[in-house]
Write a protein that binds this ligand. Sequence first.
Ligand code: A3P
Length: 325
Amino acid sequence: LQTLPPVQLAQKYFQIFPEERDPIWQDPCEDKRHKDIWSKEKTCDRFPKLLIIGPQKTGTTALYLFLGMHPDLTSNYPSKETFEEIQFFNGRNYHKGIDWYMEYFPLPSNTSSDFYFEKSANYFDSEVAARRAAALLPKAKIITILINPADRAYSWYQHQRAHDDPVAQKYTFHDVITAGHDVPIKLKVLQNRCLVPGLYATHLQRWLSHYHPSQILVLDGQMLRTEPAAVMDKIQKFLGLTNTLNYHKILAFDPKKGFWCQLLDGGKTKCLGKSKGRKYPDMDVDSRRFLREHYREHNIELSKLLYKMGQPLPSWLREELLHSR
Ligand code: A3P
């Protein structure tokens, strides 16, 4: 029997199986052989049971705040690198491995609050996140929030302007969304960040090819914004939590902020920061018309998908479908 030294052997192996260069972390507790060789100090209870996958600008931070108010739910520790979000499954962090990921969650205490969750809003439109998440967290529940993709695109554009992105400063929203092929690459990048996450049917389909429809809850972001307590009731049912929290009593509409916020003892409210719920002018009618056309087919596809999943159509989608007749 002949063999090579370890490094050469690995090189040889990856030459023969190049597709295996990219690791895929599986749930160590799904396979007894894996569990047996895993450290006794580690437990799969330290993984999240719920992922809020985005997309960005749909109200994911508000939902994260509201979920964190529930005594049975525990969120991840914030990441310094990525503005609170762990962003494990979508990007390079994935290569840091599952121990790195687990460190973001407390050691389980064996109480009902061990229901961990995290939200990373760019999981939704990532090409790889669904496959990776399903390998490690096959039993997880998944929540996605959808608003009108045109409004999502506009909110992203405003977000970039607020962050002094020179491209968003230089070009109008209409310029960005209608830019053709022969434009500076940076403009194209901004256009993609505005438009691509809004191709909801394509992204949702990807998640559905890795998770059973019953594991995925699609929320109407418009409703989360206007009736968050009703949305939280729906989520608690979906998660099957033992204690039901009455969000009607612990959320309050803050007229100054123009959004629902956490109601604190003494009647004060704790709202999200300035970067969430920004004030900016309404979208111009030409852009609205352009985006309605741009997303028409995708929105029709989305409605078919939601119908198959047995989930109600968000109000904004019903409205868009009426316009597309
Ligand atoms: P705008 O700032 O464009 O209005 P995310 O947290 O996913 O980045 O989403 C940000 C969006 O959440 C905000 O976009 C805002 O419209 C929406 N949102 C919904 N409910 C909110 C709330 N209770 N407080 C603040 N923003 C909320």
